[in-house]
Design a protein around this ligand. Sequence first.
Ligand code: MG
Length: 204
Amino acid sequence: MKIFCIGRNYADHAHELGNAVPEAPVFFLKPSTALVFTDRPIQLPTDMGPIHHELELVVAFDTYAKDIPVAMAPGMIASFTLGLDLTARVVQQELKEKGLPWEKAKAFDGSAVLGDVHLPMTSATELQGLRLKLMRNGEVVQEGDTRDMVHSVAELVHHVSHYITIEPGDLLFTGTPAGVGPIAPGDVLEGLLNDKRMLHARFA
Ligand code: MG
């Protein structure tokens, strides 16, 4: 399996990092070894500087999908949850300034945290208009609404599947709203989707 990730998909977050809002989706990949679950404390890397949380709506696929039209894209999605796209921010900044790939900052082991509650995708599911909230040790640090995405989930599926075949088991992280910040050992992060707790992660 592989993990697609979208960058700069909320204007407020693009602006907080000084980036322009892209015309076409910006995407990158994380390998399967990046995936980590929340059933035990998550070990943060100790030699890459600050590790930032990015709360994101995550959709999961259970089918092959290639070059999917926007109108058909929702039907390709099996379920959805929240996830954290962990980012070594200073490392990423250095790579960006040199025009180099981001993998070291974005794709390290344990960099894709997946929520433990997964909701099935049905014909009635509307993925735009979901409220995302991240609590760090009980305080709200990130808030967003998927209505504010630059590119809708269907547009993202259409775009990435044009270039790279989606396979069963793949995940798509759909971008983060503003409020990204560092995680410290001992932190508890809780992700809520429309006030329903989908993710509960403890960091070591
Ligand atoms: Mg992200």
